[in-house]
Design a protein around this ligand. Structure first.
Ligand code: SAM
Length: 288
C-alpha cells in the first residue's frame, strides 16, 4: 500500500468534529463501541488510543476518559468550596456522570440529576466506570426529565444548581435562555449558587456576551471563569458562577485532595480573564 492510500484508509476510521468550515478536531477510532439514535440525539462511544473512551452526542465530543477532569472539576469545585453549607445539589444534564462524581465526595445531603435522555445514562453506565457508583450512592436521585420542565414544577430548593448542558442546539437549546435562569433562581435557597458551562470563548464569545447581559439583570454576582479542556473547541472553555450573596473568592473549604486539575491557585487564576473577554464583561469588575 502506498503512503497515500494508507493515510486514506486510516482517515476512514476517524471521527471529525468541525469547529469552523475548515478546521476542527479528529479522533482516530481504535474501537467503535456504541452507536444509537435516541428520541433526542445520536449517541456514540468510541475508543481512541490516546484519549480512551469518548462520548459523542450528535457528533460532538462531550467527554473523554483522558481529559474529562478539566471540565468536570472546573464546573464542580468553584461553587462547592465557596458555598457555606452545600447540602442540596441539582445537576441539570450531565448524564455522563462526570460532574456527579466530583460532587459526591463533599458531605452533601442530596444530589438530584435531571437528565432528559435515559439512553445517555444507560450507555454511560456501560462505558464510563465512574457513573455506576454515583447512581448507587444513597444521596443521588436520578430524574428523567427536561431540565426546564423540572425547574418549572419542582417545589424543592437547592443550594447549588449546576447546568451541565450540551451546546445550545437540539434538546439543550432551552437551557441557555434568559427565562430558564429566571426560573432557576426561584428554586435556589438563600445564598445559593448557580454554575453553568457557557461555551467556547474563542469561537462563541458573542453568546457569552449575550449571557452576560441578561445574567447581570438577574444576579448580583456574575463571574465568568475559564479553563483548558483539550478536546473541546479551541481547547479552552468558559463557565459562569452566579449568586446574589456568595463571592467566588470567599473560600470556605479545601477541595478534595486527589483532584487532577483543580486547586486553590487554579481557582483564583481561573477568574482572571484575557482582555478580549474582560473588556466586554463589565460584570467581571465585581471581583476587584
Ligand atoms: N460537558 C458537555 C459538553 O459541553 O460537551 C455536556 C455534557 S452532558 C453529556 C450534556 C447532557 O445534557 C446530555 O446527556 C444531554 O442528554 C443532556 N440534556 C440536553 N438537553 C437537556 C435538557 N433540556 N434537560 C436535561 N438534560 C438535557
Amino acid at each position: 500500500m502506498t503512503d497515500d492510500n494508507k493515510n486514506k484508509e486510516e482517515a476512514s476510521y476517524e471521527i471529525r468534529e468541525y469547529h469552523t468550515r475548515s478546521s476542527g478536531i479528529f479522533l482516530k477510532v481504535k474501537n467503535f463501541l456504541h452507536k444509537s439514535k435516541s428520541q433526542y440525539q445520536e449517541i456514540e462511544v468510541i475508543e481512541n488510543e490516546y484519549f480512551g473512551k469518548a462520548l459523542l452526542l450528535d457528533g460532538l465530543i462531550q467527554t473523554t476518559e483522558k481529559d474529562e477532569y478539566f471540565y468536570h472539576e472546573m464546573l464542580a469545585h468553584p461553587a462547592l468550596i465557596t458555598h457555606p453549607f452545600p447540602q442540596n445539589i441539582l445537576v441539570i444534564g450531565g448524564g455522563d456522570g462526570g460532574l456527579l462524581k466530583e460532587v459526591l465526595p463533599y458531605s452533601i445531603k442530596y444530589a438530584c440529576l435531571v437528565e432528559i435522555d435515559r439512553e445517555v445514562i444507560e450507555v454511560s453506565q456501560k462505558y464510563f466506570p465512574w457513573l455506576k457508583p454515583c447512581l448507587r450512592d444513597q444521596r443521588t436521585e436520578l430524574i428523567f426529565s427536561d431540565g426546564r420542565e423540572f425547574i418549572e414544577k419542582t417545589t424543592k430548593k437547592f443550594d447549588i444548581v449546576f447546568i451541565d448542558s450540551s451546546d445550545p442546539v437540539g434538546p439543550s437549546a432551552n437551557l441557555h435562555e434568559s427565562d430558564f435562569y429566571e426560573k432557576i433562581k426561584k428554586c435556589l435557597s438563600p445564598g445559593g449558587i448557580v454554575v453553568a458551562q457557557v461555551g467556547s470563548p474563542f469561537y462563541k464569545a458573542e453568546s457569552i456576551y449575550e449571557k452576560n447581559d441578561f445574567l447581570m439583570k438577574l444576579f448580583k454576582m456574575v463571574c465568568f471563569y475559564v479553563s483548558p479542556v483539550p478536546t473541546y473547541p479551541g481547547g479552552y472553555w468558559c463557565f459562569v458562577f452566579l449568586s446574589d450573596e456568595i463571592k467566588p473568592f470567599d473560600i470556605k473549604r479545601n477541595p478534595p485532595k486527589e483532584l487532577k486539575y483543580f486547586n486553590l491557585h487554579i481557582h483564583r487564576a481561573a477568574f482572571s480573564l484575557p482582555n478580549f473577554l474582560r473588556d466586554k464583561l463589565e460584570s467581571q469588575d465585581l471581583l476587584d
